[in-house]
Design a binder for this molecule. Structure first.
Ligand code: FNR
Length: 187
């Protein structure tokens, strides 16, 4: 019997706030992952400084080096993004910029990436997700296309930290299965 390869996913939330729906969604994902998939959540987004190419390469800040190492080691990324002013929150876009440079090793090239997002509004981060997908064209990444996980009215889908909405659970489950398939394609 062949041994099933494990898949290590790094989860990144685009929100820094304590009660973030997106961070809660990310933490809930672990229990919905297919067999063999492990999801670690990146916790230090607040420590990534603004991108400056003068400080890239050998001078890259320690927080960036640590972040890059975690991304390099991950088989895939799972990003949960809020929508700020119809687009990607600045902190998330900034972190992605640090991953995309030649000095940083173009860590997103060929990387399977799943995108999801939550908002208490009726549009559930859909425009931010679209903007993220545009970024992943330039970075030559391998984004999962379907299912789209657009968690609108997010305040109705959680009970405290627990994701209780079964429709959302099912969508996340299917997203992670598609992500696992994308990783397997590259093996
Ligand atoms: C928002 N919010 C928001 N919502 C939305 O659906 N479309 C938008 O364009 C915006 N714009 C926006 C800008 C800024 C600066 C803030 C702080 C908020 C509301 C947003 O969806 C809400 O705060 C979410 O709860 C943010 O996600 P987290 O922090 O819960 O993960």
């Amino acid at each position: 019997m062949s041994e099933q390869a494990s898949t290590n996913v790094l989860g990144i939330s685009g929100s820094l706030r304590q009660e973030s729906f997106n961070t809660r969604l990310l933490h809930a994902s672990g229990a919905l992952a297919p067999l063999g998939m492990n999801i670690d959540v990146y916790e230090d987004l607040a420590h990534i400084p603004p991108y400056n190419s003068d400080n890239d390469g050998e001078n890259a800040p320690q927080a960036v080096e640590n972040f890059r190492a975690q991304v390099r080691d991950a088989d895939a990324l799972l990003i949960a993004t809020p929508e700020y002013n119809y687009s990607i929150p600045g902190v998330l876009k900034n972190a992605i910029d640090w991953l995309s440079t030649g000095d940083g090793g173009q860590l997103l090239a060929g990387k399977p990436i799943a995108v999801m997002g939550a908002a208490p509004t009726a549009f559930g981060s859909v425009r931010a997700q679209l903007a993220l997908r545009q970024v992943f064209v330039w970075t030559d990444s391998k984004p999962v296309v379907k299912p789209e996980v657009i968690v609108f009215n997010a305040h109705e889908r959680f009970d405290g930290d627990k994701l209780v909405d079964e429709g959302t659970q099912d969508l996340v489950r299917r997203l992670l299965q598609s992500l696992a398939a994308k990783v397997d394609e590259g093996r």
